[in-house]
Design a protein around this ligand. Sequence first.
Ligand SMILES: CC(C)(COP(=O)(O)OP(=O)(O)OC[C@H]1O[C@@H](n2cnc3c(N)ncnc32)[C@H](O)[C@@H]1OP(=O)(O)O)[C@@H](O)C(=O)NCCC(=O)NCCS
Length: 341
Amino acid sequence: MPILSIERSAPVDPGVEPGIRLSIVGYDAGAADLLAIRNANRETPRDTGYFDWRYRGQPAAHPPVVVLAEHWSGEKIGALSMIPRDYLVDGARCSLGVLGDLSVSAPWRGRGLAGRMLRYAAESDVARGWAASVVLTDEAAAGSLERSGWRTVTRLRRYAATALSHRLAGLAAVFGAQTTPLTWEVTDTFDRRFDEFWHALDKTDAIIASRTANDLAWRYGRHPIDRYQCWIARQDALVGYVIFRLDGRRVAIDDLLCRDGERGAARLLRQFMPWAQSEAGVASWSIRVNERHRVTRALSRCGFFPRRDALRLMVHPLEDGRAARLLTPAAWWLTAGDKDV
Ligand SMILES: CC(C)(COP(=O)(O)OP(=O)(O)OC[C@H]1O[C@@H](n2cnc3c(N)ncnc32)[C@H](O)[C@@H]1OP(=O)(O)O)[C@@H](O)C(=O)NCCC(=O)NCCS
């Protein structure tokens, strides 16, 4: 197996046995071990088709890497991955390393091994090739991440609305709710109109993952498990879209992007929601965006309420300060689509 690097100074945490070797390898070399360790430590298994989609499906400037922890007996006891993804930070392209599939075998937990792998990954030469490392995580790994220098910037929170809360919000905002109707259509093809929209969109104060037509076709059009539809609104050119999954009478909105910030989002949702109700008999909607996302006020104007479930956005900034901007909560435009699991 071509190893990119082996732990040199071996900074050992209290509790972690010294006879554990960490190495960092390219995704192709580490994929089988990563998949095996991940599946042994998760309730929902994934297959190689899913891994290929996630790790190889989206072209990026750098290839993904895998960190493996191996006991001296030869047993692989921990793994994580880092997938470089293209982001726009205030309009400038940069690569962020997204942490994924962090797993430690059950007998080895509680000894600081996750923290040791995380520090090793973030301080590796490979990680210096991108502006910072980021992760969307639940609480299980938050402690290990914090102890390894990662900082919580914001939370990707779920907001939910019912037909009743949407109607009441519309009545309360009777004047604001009057909007010129948009022309809409539903599609599952991401054509060049999405590129034109993406390139024309003002992203000067935003941190957002690349959403070209190719990126959307990979993330939503070729998703190996979920089936997505895209509701697009036009005024000659495209002015916004809502990408969603239907689950019975519920709609999960995994992506929403529009011109004109809060106003544009309210306008989009006020036409999308009644459409979903009449066309598909939808009775409730949910969407995940980060707290202080520019559309959160539009969500409350459309009858959405914040729910308890949330993932943390954590960032491991490099010491040279290149990523200081990434610590600004309101700059992020995150949706559920940014967690590619
Ligand atoms: C989450 C996971 C990777 C943590 O791995 P780990 O090596 O046990 O992590 P740590 O040892 O750093 O921390 C785990 C707990 O052990 C204890 N601990 C941490 N460092 C310790 C040390 N040096 N000595 C003794 N105990 C320690 C802490 O109580 C810690 O709990 P906390 O994080 O809630 O404070 C592992 O539990 C796992 O694989 N879980 C299943 C998969 C999963 O949930 N992955 C994360 C999805 S994002």
